[in-house]
Design a protein around this ligand. Structure first.
Ligand code: UD1
Length: 429
């Protein structure tokens, strides 16, 4: 397995193009199941997660063609004929969000058998809300031997569904099913993440009828079929936020392009409070920091959008490890999402974790060491810390990183980071 080695100490100066959002792309890909016409997704990131889902879609009979288009990478999906509605454990367990093919398969064909996604290192992550919502849309659901078998032989029908709390996955999944249900579905306490807005707008371009996009109440009037469409994937706010933090950590001046500053306002507000200079531009943001000035510790608490994203918590923690003072980081979305804390401690960070809260006491400097990636966002926090740690940091198990960051070494390397991938090593420590 590959690892990444970083020689700390270099400033970052230059420009980084932000890719299309992983968390949008994988939901948009699932939407290809809903139509027998071609769906062309542009600004597509090439990631392990999109590859896994592509494999799964092929198994259903959807033709998936990756190619270079006028606006960079694009993927064409042709789901003319759905030949199988079975999603095996081996494919679903590789990427949790692939469970969300259940709703669209059910909506298109009236039946599906999809493996439960299984556990995940960042907490329990159940799917009860997804299954409750599909039942309310009229599906009969059985759980057997780790699989969900769902049937709706006469099709799904609209319903009023009030989620007990906000869930990104359950909102997207229900939306993907309700667009083809008979009648009106109202989703209350819906998540408002920008990727859900992106999915809803793409579905509208495909002929779906959805009102309340970007609000917490979505009203969906079912249609009998959807068309194909061409849709550009929204910029990845988590990738953008990660590079913003990397630039702030290392010091220097980095321009993030092909992006949208408004999507990471909850992060940049905190960065400004800590002493980073932020200047939004037409297609992104400029991050500037004088490395001779120490940042100030600030507190954050993760929330649903537009609050501080759980997917940026690990990166922000890395930033706080060398800030002046004590920062309290509260994780409200996942109970077990601090696995990066002991790894950051290996680099010399002073962090204590209790229940859902981490206290980070800033230290004057970090020192390089071998560390291990534990999940997707945790792994990038270790790379970020490695940018300032004295000497060499090697991050093992980078397959986590490859799930969600496209050409990370290349993008950071182009701004002056001393970073390289070591093939076939690094899983041992
Ligand atoms: C979550 C994050 C999302 C992030 C993603 C990957 C939020 C609100 N969601 O989305 O930003 O990109 O992880 O890190 O920030 N839950 C249940 N039953 C369910 C579904 C969810 O109890 O059926 C719980 C989860 O365990 C969690 C909370 O609800 O505590 C929010 O989960 P949800 O938003 O669905 O998770 P993801 O879609 O994975």
């Amino acid at each position: 397995m590959d690892s990444i080695a970083i020689q700390g100490g270099a400033q970052l100066n230059g420009s980084i193009p932000v890719s299309g959002a992983k968390n949008s792309a994988i939901k948009l890909m699932a939407a290809s199941i809903l139509t027998d016409q071609p769906l062309l997704l542009t600004n597509m990131p090439r990631l392990a997660d999109t590859r896994f889902l592509g494999q799964l879609l092929r198994q259903f009979g959807v033709e998936v063609t990756e190619r270079d288009g006028a606006d960079g990478q694009e993927t064409l999906f042709d789901g003319r004929e759905i030949r199988s509605t079975f999603a095996p454990y081996d494919l679903v367990r590789q990427m949790r969000a692939s469970f969300n093919v259940l709703g669209p398969l059910l909506a298109r064909t009236g039946h599906a058998r999809v493996s439960l996604p299984g556990g995940c290192t960042i907490g329990a992550r159940p799917v009860d809300l997804h299954l409750d919502a599909l039942s309310k849309l009229g599906a009969s659901i059985e759980l057997e031997e780790g699989y969900v078998s769902a049937m709706a032989p006469k099709g799904l029908r609209g319903a009023e569904i009030e989620f007990p709390f906000v869930s990104v996955g359950a909102t997207e999944h229900t939306l993907l099913a309700a667009v083809l249900a008979d009648g009106v579905t109202v989703l209350k306490r819906a998540a408002r993440e920008p990727e859900i807005g992106d999915l809803a707008r793409c579905l509208i371009a495909m002929g779906a009828r959805i009102e309340g996009v970007d609000t917490d109440t979505l009203t969906i009037t079912g249609v009998t079929s959807l068309n194909g469409a061409t849709w550009s994937v929204i910029p990845d706010r988590i990738e953008m936020g990660s590079y913003a933090v990397a630039a702030a950590m290392a010091g220097g001046e980095v321009r993030l392009t092909r992006a949208r500053a408004d999507l990471i306002a909850s992060l940049t507000d905190k960065m400004v409070e800590a002493g980073v200079e932020i200047a939004p531009t037409e297609d992104g943001v400029i991050i500037k920091r004088d490395p001779s000035q120490r940042l100030k510790a600030v507190d954050v608490a993760t929330e649903v959008y537009p609050g501080f994203a759980t997917d940026l918590q690990a990166q922000f923690m890395a930033l706080m490890t060398t800030a002046e003072g004590v920062s309290t980081i509260h994780e409200n979305i996942f109970e077990n999402r601090f696995m990066h804390a002991p790894e950051l401690a290996r680099l010399g960070a002073d962090i204590s974790v209790q229940a859902g809260e981490a206290k980070v006491t800033g230290v004057a400097e970090l020192r390089g060491a071998p560390v291990m990636a534990t999940d997707l966002r945790a792994s990038v926090s270790l790379v970020i810390a490695g940018l300032v740690a004295q000497g060499e940091t090697t991050v093992g198990r980078v397959y986590h990183l490859d799930r969600g960051f496209e050409r990370l070494e290349e993008k950071l390397g182009a701004c002056g980071a001393t970073i390289r991938r070591i093939k076939g090593s690094g899983d041992e420590h």
